[in-house]
Write a protein that binds this ligand. Structure first.
Ligand code: MLC
Ligand code: AMP
Length: 492
């Protein structure tokens, strides 16, 4: 009987009293303790009748109990579908309708009705899910799985405004974890400072899967807070973050060589790290941040080298096993030329859940996935991302698809049309701005209210700009580049 992720990430730690989780207060949970929690969570899935291939939606605050549910799903072949707790009820209703889960685990504070079985789990571990675990005493017995079997769906928004469930297999996640452990030289001696959310690829697969694979441990922080990170750093050897983590750390008093000098590695990704942040970080701490590039659909694709030259402004070299090419209208382009970045390898997902047409648009017959990112590869093989071919804003590492926000604002009374753009933001990298054309003077409070009711907080515009008309080209297409240029000082 085989189960790739269970066998590589969980089984080797059976009975181990080495710490997996260290909390900021000095408490620890051993690998054996974690596997016991996961076994109990798996028992709840059994009692609830979940079978391999069923989906389990989990929308809860970050907690070790939530992580144990992930491990339980891997062992039992249940597809783990994590959702950002910030998603509003209308957003959750869409995901649940699309994924058709056999069970949803939610925060007890959420009261929006769902037409599927629900158990609750709070950030402190209370709720009907936990009560159910007390009655199960389950073990983490794995079911048989192959590399092509599905392990998780991660929803990612699209340019049409409709979120797509990216299906990820055991083979996708395990090959990527292996490539990262090898590239970053992660070992059982590492202690990762974990301050990322665990409902996205970065905090879950990049951070947790590599830790489990290497038998390392994690300092577990419920969310990023710069002061807490500085206080916890002495016990850590590595940290992963989005660029906002690093700019916030640079603004924190006491963050210097003394606090960070002992660290082995700082990794950045999910959004572009400004070369200026890279330089300031090195000047302050002596560390060159290692930048890597990935996506929900592909996991990680490239990374600057651990031992070799880390080039600021680049995302480094293809990971072992992953191919990267840059294409133009006539196919692959030579070194130095800018085009569409495409990737292929065992890390690339098999498609979007129940969206064969969308899948075929982005995943070619030979396995090349069109990332939507524009870039170039230099003669040494380093990849540089120069922009995006897709209409996407990345704010503090979260993706915001303008179309989704525009659809909500356009539906408000008196609004003729809107264009949502991202402009430079000192904290979030890009900040969301809505440019609004209305029949009369628009009620901006009403717009903000519509956004608050329907969109997760990070998607809501942080500024509104009222204009008489949107700039269009001869084809009638809205000129977002012109708007971005005009409004680039909004958050300066
Ligand atoms: C929070 N807010 C954001 C925001 N996060 N707004 C825009 N962008 C964000 N990222 C909202 C809050 O709701 C609040 O709204 C206001 O902005 C200020 O909040 P804050 O207290 O300053 O924010 P905080 O809670 O500290 O969160 C910021 C953050 C967080 C950077 C710590 O966003 C974060 O953890 N980001 C990581 C995202 C991530 O993991 N991405 C990986 C995706 S995987 P109000 O209205 O209350 O004022 C991926 C693939 C890959 O992309 O390559 O890795
Ligand atoms: P997501 O859909 O959340 O997985 O976001 C993936 C997108 O994040 C990629 O397509 C890139 O546009 C962006 N991204 C990830 N890492 C980097 C990076 N290091 N530099 C620039 N953009 C990045």
């Amino acid at each position: 009987m085989a189960n790739p992720l269970h066998d590589a990430l969980l089984a080797p730690h059976a009975g181990s009293d080495r710490p997996l989780i260290r909390d900021a207060d000095g408490g620890a949970l051993s690998y054996a303790g974690f596997l016991d929690l996961a076994g109990r969570a798996a028992g709840v899935l059994d009692v609830r009748g979940l079978v391999p291939g069923d989906r389990l939606v989990v929308q809860v605050e970050k907690s070790v109990a939530a992580l144990a549910i992930y491990a339980a799903c891997l062992a039992r072949g249940v597809i783990f579908v994590p959702l950002n707790p910030a998603y509003t009820d209308p957003e959750v209703a869409y995901f649940v309708g699309d994924a058709e889960p056999a069970l949803v685990v939610r925060d007890p504070a959420r009261d929006g009705a769902l037409e599927v079985p629900v158990l609750t789990l709070s950030s402190t571990g209370e709720g009907s899910f936990t009560r159910a675990t007390a009655e199960t005493g389950g073990t983490l017995e794995p079911v048989d799985r192959g590399t092509d079997d599905l392990a998780a769906f991660l929803y990612t928004s699209g340019t049409t405004g409709r979120s797509k469930g990216a299906m990820l297999t055991h083979g996708n996640l395990l090959s990527n974890a292996r490539a990262l452990v090898e590239t970053w030289e992660v070992t059982g001696d590492d202690v990762l400072l974990h301050a990322l959310p665990i409902f996205h690829a970065h905090g879950l697969f990049v951070a947790v899967d590599t830790t489990l694979l290497a038998g390392a441990s994690m300092i577990w922080m419920p969310k990023f807070d710069a002061r807490g990170v500085v206080a916890a750093l002495p016990g850590a050897t590595t940290m992963m973050g989005v660029p906002t983590f690093y700019t916030r750390l640079l603004a924190e008093e006491g963050f210097d060589r003394g606090a960070a000098g002992h660290m082995r590695l700082f990794v950045s990704g999910s959004a572009p790290l400004l070369a200026e942040t890279h330089a300031r970080f090195e000047a302050r701490t002596g560390h060159r941040i290692l930048e890597r590039y990935g996506m929900t659909e592909t996991g990680m694709n490239t990374s600057n080298p651990y031992g070799g030259e880390r080039r600021a402004g680049t995302v480094g070299l293809p990971l072992p096993g992953t191919e990267v090419r840059v294409t133009g209208e006539d196919g692959a382009l030579p070194a130095g030329e800018i085009g569409m970045i495409e990737v292929r390898g065992p890390n690339v997902f098999p498609g979007y859940w129940r969206m064969p047409d969308k899948t075929a648009e982005e995943l070619g017959p030979e396995g090349w996935f069109t990332t939507g990112d524009l870039g170039a590869i230099d003669t040494d093989g380093y990849v540089t991302i120069v922009g995006r071919g897709k209409d996407l804003v990345i704010s503090g590492g979260y993706n915001v698809y303008p179309k989704e926000v525009e659809q909500v604002l356009d539906a408000a009374p008196g609004v003729v049309e809107t264009a949502v753009i991202g402009v430079p933001h000192p904290d979030f990298g890009e900040g969301v701005v809505a440019v609004v054309v209305a029949e009369g003077p628009p009620d901006l409070d009403l717009l903000a209210q519509a956004a608050a009711q329907q969109l997760a907080d990070y998607k809501r515009p942080k500024a509104y700009e009222v204009v008489d008309a949107l700039p269009r080209n001869a084809m009638g297409k809205i000129q977002k580049a012109e708007l971005r240029e005009r409004l680039r000082g909004t958050f300066a």
